[in-house]
Design a protein around this ligand. Structure first.
Ligand SMILES: *[C@@H]1O[C@H](CO)[C@@H](O)[C@H](O)[C@H]1NC(C)=O
Ligand SMILES: *[C@@H]1O[C@H](CO)[C@@H](O)[C@H](O)[C@H]1NC(C)=O
Ligand SMILES: *[C@@H]1O[C@H](CO)[C@@H](O)[C@H](O)[C@H]1NC(C)=O
Ligand SMILES: *[C@@H]1O[C@H](CO)[C@@H](O)[C@H](O)[C@H]1NC(C)=O
Ligand SMILES: *[C@@H]1O[C@H](CO)[C@@H](O)[C@H](O)[C@H]1NC(C)=O
Ligand SMILES: *[C@@H]1O[C@H](CO)[C@@H](O)[C@H](O)[C@H]1NC(C)=O
Length: 242
């Protein structure tokens, strides 16, 4: 499915975490099913939004996915009402997920003229809670949303954004290839008068992360990893004692 159609489901998806709380108590068999092209199995489990059926016993809520439109599994953001992640693939052996941050797609969606009517763009790392984390294989992309004055004194290594929604492209710059900072501060990359938006990307097929190709890098997504030993499945003890 094209990123543009993911964008269409975006607004609706923000409300999902609430809807899903209800679905958690349904019982099922061991989860091994497909959503789109992605095979879902332990520790993941999912709820089909249309049928309301869940695949797998209600395991750890951390690993609950939703199959959206029967086309891709969706991992919610850990911050309520913020866009989550579309899963492109899961490697069970490497415990990694190839995902796209749906919140960042709004930056690529035309029309570029609208830049002050956007939902806030969150840094990707903020929307991830254990057991998920950004894989060490990724590099970070930083988008600097600057004031006009700060834009005038930008460094040469920064690439001016071409089309990007939610920002004034005359004042927005891209930096690629930034190593992941576990503190999330990126202090050595701070620019006065600019608000940074930080997101992880995988390299291009050539292995590089060139800032001028930021659109492709954002669309190609990045790798999440998850920690071993998920919490044991919660047993819903609902024995009625009469
Ligand atoms: C749902 O999936 C169908 C078929 O894959 C696709 O044509 C349609 O655009 C999708 N709808 C949304 C809202 O993503
Ligand atoms: C998904 O990952 C599996 C295992 O890592 C790999 O064999 C497969 O080609 C991948 N599929 C896609 C569509 O990337
Ligand atoms: C970028 O900055 C402008 C002006 O300060 C603001 O209106 C806009 O919301 C910012 N965009 C993002 C994505 O933070
Ligand atoms: C975008 O920034 C440029 C340069 O600072 C400014 O001239 C222009 O008016 C801004 N555009 C909007 C729509 O505010
Ligand atoms: C994103 O991270 C940068 C670097 O830590 C920080 O300056 C910025 O305020 C963060 N943005 C948001 C929306 O939290
Ligand atoms: C990045 O890509 C642009 C255009 O494709 C190219 O001109 C530039 O040399 C590349 N930069 C690096 C560091 O490879």
């Amino acid at each position: 499915m094209a990123p543009s159609s993911w964008f269409l489901t975006l607004i609706w998806v923000w409300w999902l975490p609430l809807v899903l709380v209800e679905a958690q108590e349904q019982q099922g068999e061991v989860c091994s099913a497909k959503c789109g092209d992605v095979r879902i199995s332990n520790p993941f489990w999912f709820t089909d939004l249309e049928t309301g059926r869940s695949c797998g016993p209600p395991g750890s809520p951390d690993f609950q996915l939703t199959c959206l439109n029967n086309s891709y599994p969706f991992l919610p953001s850990s911050v309520r009402f913020t866009p989550g992640f579309a899963i492109l693939n899961i490697s069970y052996g490497k415990r990694s997920l190839h995902v796209i941050d749906l919140g960042k797609l709004q930056l690529l969606h035309d029309p570029p003229k609208i830049f002050n009517h956007c939902a806030p763009i969150w840094n990707t790392s903020v929307k991830l809670a254990p057991p998920f984390k950004i894989g060490p294989v990724n590099l970070e992309l930083i988008l600097y949303n600057c004031t006009a004055a700060a834009a005038a004194r930008r460094g040469n290594e920064l690439v001016l954004a071409k089309t990007m929604r939610c920002v004034n492209t005359s004042n927005t710059f891209v930096r690629a290839g930034v190593p992941h900072d576990p503190t999330g501060k990126y202090s050595s990359y701070a620019l006065e008068g600019c608000t940074p938006i930080v997101l992880p990307v995988l390299g291009l097929p050539s292995g590089e992360t060139n800032a001028s190709q930021y659109e492709e890098l954002i669309k190609d997504g990045f790798l999440l990893t998850w920690d071993e030993a998920p919490r044991p499945a919660r047993k819903f003890t609902r024995q009625i004692i009469f």
